[in-house]
Design a protein around this ligand. Structure first.
Ligand SMILES: Nc1ncnc2c1ncn2[C@@H]1O[C@H](COP(=O)(O)OP(=O)(O)OP(=O)(O)O)[C@@H](O)[C@H]1O
Ligand SMILES: [Mg+2]
Length: 226
């Protein structure tokens, strides 16, 4: 019997997206076709303004496509409304945003505990391990607004990984880190993919970070090339 292809965790079919710039329409993504399987890791590169963040935003449901179809874990997202998106994000998705998007009045611990609390889960050994690996143990009670850019980036990574998401969308997660910290982060991401079976789509401008991912995609002029 022929073996069945696995159901992709993420599938895009002819997804297009653009923005109105004054009275001009500027197409950013042009009939994109792609799939990501469970536990697959992908680095996404491309020039500034090519649409990398837009692509991540579409997959996370933070923006909607102009046309085309998106399936997440086999479900047709064009049928989803807010409750379905919220449930998917809470249970399956971790996001490291380019601008971090931490909850600034809260301290480091509460930022990381927040996605867990939404799932009815408590702080656990994995969270302690994340703090340790990301070298933020000492910062745990500090309000995140008092932290440096690199420190905030590491908190954002811990928050995204706390619930061991099935899919991690990470937008330049090592962009503010020195080489040593960046390497720790990449090792952590690979471990997550191997242990928890998480798939990763990571935007990066760093060749050495991209080397850690199994696949490499390049976005240019609206198209993704492998
Ligand atoms: N909400 C928006 N409204 C209007 N234009 C937008 C919006 N979001 C993105 N764009 C435009 O879409 C294009 C792609 O932006 P995007 O942020 O996805 O690029 P990027 O590849 O992530 O760039 P960078 O590497 O600089 O982060 C840019 O021309 C940007 O100006
Ligand atoms: Mg971007």
């Amino acid at each position: 019997m022929p073996s069945q292809a696995p159901r992709p965790l993420v599938q895009l079919a002819r997804i297009s997206k653009g923005f109105n710039d004054g009275d001009q329409y500027h197409q950013v993504l042009d009939a994109i076709e792609l799939r990501i399987n469970r536990a697959e890791t992908v680095a996404l590169t491309g020039p500034s303004g090519s649409g990398k963040s837009t692509l991540l935003n579409l997959i996370g449901g933070f923006e909607y496509p102009d046309s085309g179809k998106l399936w997440l874990d086999g479900a047709d997202c064009s049928l989803w409304r807010d409750p379905q998106w919220s449930r998917f994000r809470r249970q399956q998705l971790g996001v490291v945003f380019q601008q971090f998007n931490l909850l600034t009045p809260l301290n480091v611990r509460d930022n990381i505990a927040f996605p867990l609390a939404l799932l009815g889960q408590k702080w656990n050994d994995w969270c302690d391990y994340l703090l340790y690996k990301l070298a933020i143990v000492e910062l745990v009670n500090r309000p995140v607004e008092q932290l440096s850019g690199g420190q905030q980036q590491r908190v954002a990574i811990a928050r995204a990984l706390a619930h061991r998401p099935a899919l991690l969308l990470a937008d330049e997660p090592t962009g503010n880190l020195d080489a040593e910290a960046a390497e720790e982060v990449m090792q952590l991401l690979c471990m997550l993919a191997a242990d928890a079976g998480s798939a990763i789509l990571m935007v990066t401008h760093s060749n050495s970070a991209a080397q850690y991912m199994q696949r490499r995609w390049h976005l240019q002029q609206g198209k993704v090339h492998e």
